[in-house]
Design a protein around this ligand. Sequence first.
Ligand SMILES: Nc1ncnc2c1ncn2[C@@H]1O[C@H](COP(=O)(O)OP(=O)(O)OP(=O)(O)O)[C@@H](O)[C@H]1O
Length: 321
Amino acid sequence: MTESDLHFDVDLDVELDPEDLAGGPPVADIGDPCLVVDDLHVVYRVIGSRGRQKARASGAKTTDVEDTKPGFFRRLVTAGGDHVGAYTEVHAVRGVSFVAHHGESIGIVGVNGSGKSTLLRAVAGLIPPKSGSVHVAGEPALLGVNAALMPQLSGERNIMIGGLALGLTEAEVEERFDEIVEFADIGDFVYLPMKTYSSGMAARLRFAISSAAAPDILMIDEALATGDATFKARSKARIDEIREDAGTVFLVSHSVSTIEAMCTRVLWLHKGQLVMDGPTEEVTTAYRDYVRAQRQVNKGKGRGNGRGRRGGGRGRRKNQP
Ligand SMILES: Nc1ncnc2c1ncn2[C@@H]1O[C@H](COP(=O)(O)OP(=O)(O)OP(=O)(O)O)[C@@H](O)[C@H]1O
């Protein structure tokens, strides 16, 4: 696996000018630490060749682990297939450490398979770390695009399920129901099954549900990707509100301009490692340079290595991508 084989599902086009949004680019008013991630490692176990190929294609570090069963038994039950007991370990997050503070909105960037969603899920306590630790003050809420809302149920039912999952009481969800529907801008579609929604409508509803709970730490995984400019402006206002109430927001997005508009700080992950952590502009400039350079390499594959890098500055470059 070489750098040029990686997937770059990254949107570098400026579709959002931070200056156009209410209040302009976000400014950090940093409070006390609310989250400490210390040398975090997350490892998935993948059984079967398809999962293994997918993990390898994403550039993740993988290790094949052989089964320990006697040779005869293994041959008997696995003739022609994968060995029983054999699996591949995908090291999706590798030694990530950082401290987040109240009032920060932190973007997470990285090419496909770099470990962004895994990091969020581990911080939210949804998957156990292999080693390292996560210390949280408050209750992190993660409602990304893969959250377990049910497509066959109406938006109305999903608002209740999502709200309860985020720790609201039934009465609190009912109280916020109109506000959620209005924020998501889905009108009477709220009474139809979510499978009838456009991807934009579903994404808006997810964001509206997750932010309605006003959690201490809000984690948004690609939920803003499909929204239009008006929705993004409203989302930014909501994110600013949470930050002003001393909350912390994490945002994963392939749209670098969305990150620039919404975040005060950016973490750049590459193959599970934190390669840069610093002020938004500095990290996104370096990341844009890297993605552009890699795209050039992809275009002229085999005709040289043109990786672009920026060094120095306030952003801490940790590992080399
Ligand atoms: N449930 C899982 N089981 C096994 N491997 C997984 C699982 N989820 C993710 N992975 C692997 O872990 C690595 C990191 O994946 P992750 O989804 O965290 O990356 P990402 O940066 O969020 O990717 P993308 O930008 O494509 O959404 C990848 O190699 C992926 O194949």
